[in-house]
Design a protein around this ligand. Structure first.
Ligand code: GAP
Length: 475
């Protein structure tokens, strides 16, 4: 296995650019106030680590998923899509190693009974996996409960999979799991997809879907949730060197995708996993990390999973999952290079990185410089005078025409200055204002969110102009 240690290490040496917002609270409060994200079941006091996407959030997240699907499926001849079930035969998770190994080290405070992930306590940063499992590690390092300073238990392995029962009888035999990753759906469908799509290696299977993890210490808003969505692609290649080569191609491609959609390059870096840190299935893993307000954290992982999954599923199911290469007349089990991203974590990153505050004429202007492809609304149509029926009528005509192509909204609930500020704050790239002159010259004002430049455009051309600008932003 060759190593990409050099680019990863180079990136680690970059100076810290600092986060896009000093406090996470700025984003949490904007998200709540403007209808991006709400706490789940809020009227009952909420449920920890589950979040609901409001009217703007669902648009943003759908756009993130669309952008990913476009890059990973639509624009690729070698990748096809799949939407496998969340519930799978429990044997899948035994075979994949998740029942045995998908766990985190948990310690419990003996006085307040709070539970913590051992590897997230201060002072444990450099511990190896073996040290994290050592029953004497808490005593040796003198670790105490971060909340009340009480004594902590020895670590035990806590499995992160949610369990439930299928059918009316709740016993061991009916126990099933909520999937903790979408990847297994692609492995167990490998043969179905290959035979029906007639793809030749190398080829990939892409999926977007919900995953569930009973995280010990969820938090930081959308960063670590218990119910979340993944965007994962499994790329099947010949064993050995071709997997290394595919890894070296996919890593920079995935790194570039975040930049293409506007994430500040200096706030992205690559970090290779230490051998003792690798997930049970991985031969090699490099994370694309983002500089969140709470530090550098994983945004997406690129993994060389070898034939870990296919070989185990072939053995446990008795199904022959080998690939036959007609050109060379060879039978072999493909290796997998996986790109594993989170839709929520990506949407969260785009939201944070787009946040801007600036002084404009003595006032603070807040705007979200979201990439136009990701912005919830592409355009808002605003009347300068809402009491003039002919102005309102023209606004609605323009908005209805735009709605045939893009998300467009009409708003007349405040003065024009306030309406602009509102749209800036939710990231709408363009506003169209209809005024008294529009009735005379058949033209409207198009205002750009980022430059605040206003231009006069004829009513007949305005829909096409917005469509052209949006198309141009797609690159
Ligand atoms: N199939 C491999 C896999 O699941 P992972 O690194 O555990 O790898 C992939 O997860 C991505 O899924 C992460 O980079 C992150 O974006 C997202 N993710 C994982 N756990 C998450 C959680 N608890 N909340 C939100 N996103 C999560």
């Amino acid at each position: 296995m060759t190593s990409t240690a050099s680019p990863a290490d180079d990136d680690l040496m970059h100076t810290d650019p600092g986060p896009a917002v000093a406090s996470l609270e700025t984003i949490v409060s904007l998200a709540k106030r403007r209808g991006f994200v709400f706490p789940s079941s809020e009227i009952y006091g909420g449920i920890n680590a589950v979040w609901d996407y409001g009217p703007l959030g669902v648009e943003l997240k759908n756009n993130v998923k669309r952008a990913w699907w476009k890059a990973m499926v639509q624009q690729r001849d070698d990748i096809v899509g799949l939407d496998a079930g969340i519930l799978m035969a429990p044997q899948v998770w035994v075979t994949s190693g998740h029942v045995g190994s998908f766990s985190d080290p948990l310690v419990e405070c003996q006085t307040d009974h709070r539970r913590f992930r051992l590897d997230e306590l201060p002072g444990t940063e450099d511990l190896t996996q073996a040290e994290l499992l050592d029953p004497g590690v808490v005593e040796r390092l003198g670790l105490r409960c971060p909340a009340d300073g009480g004594p902590l238990s020895a670590p035990r392995q806590f499995n992160l999979m949610f369990q439930t029962y299928m059918g009316p009888v709740q016993d061991e035999g009916s126990k099933i799991y909520l999937r903790p990753e979408t990847a297994q759906g692609s492995y167990v469908n490998f043969k179905n997809v290959r035979e029906t799509s007639r793809k030749k290696i190398p080829f990939g299977i892409a999926q977007i879907g919900k995953s569930f993890r009973n995280e010990i210490s969820p938090g930081n808003f959308l960063f670590r949730m218990r119910e979340f969505e993944q965007m994962e692609m499994q790329y099947f290649v010949r064993p050995g060197e071709p997997a290394t080569a595919a890894f070296e191609e996919w890593l920079p491609r995935r790194h570039a995708w975040y930049q293409q959609y506007g994430v500040t390059p200096a706030r992205l870096r690559l970090r290779e996993h230490r051998p003792d840190e690798l997930a049970h299935y991985a031969r090699k893993a490099v994370d694309v990390e983002y500089r969140f307000p709470f530090g550098w954290k994983e945004l997406e992982g690129v993994h060389n999973r070898g034939d870990w999954d296919l070989s185990r599923h072939a053995e446990a199911s008795g199904e022959n999952l080998e690939y036959f290469d007609q050109a060379t007349e060879e039978h072999f089990l493909p290796w997998v290079v996986e790109t594993a991203a989170g839709a929520d974590r990506a949407a969260f990153t785009f939201l944070i990185d787009a946040y801007r505050e600036e002084e404009v004429r003595g006032e603070t202007r807040v705007s979200l410089a979201l990439h136009p492809q990701l912005a919830p609304y592409k355009v808002a149509v605003l009347p300068l005078l809402k009491k003039r029926p002919e102005i309102v009528e023209l606004c609605h005509r323009i908005k209805t025409d735009l709605q045939r192509h893009v998300m467009a909204v009409y708003d007349d609930t405040a003065s024009i200055g306030k309406l602009y500020r509102r749209q800036d704050e939710i990231g709408t790239p363009w506003c169209i204002t209809v005024d008294v002159d529009s009735m005379e010259d058949g033209a409207v004002t198009v205002r750009d969110r980022d430059s605040m430049i206003q231009e006069r455009v004829s009513v007949d051309r305005v829909t096409q102009l917005i469509r052209d600008r949006l198309e141009a932003s797609a690159g």
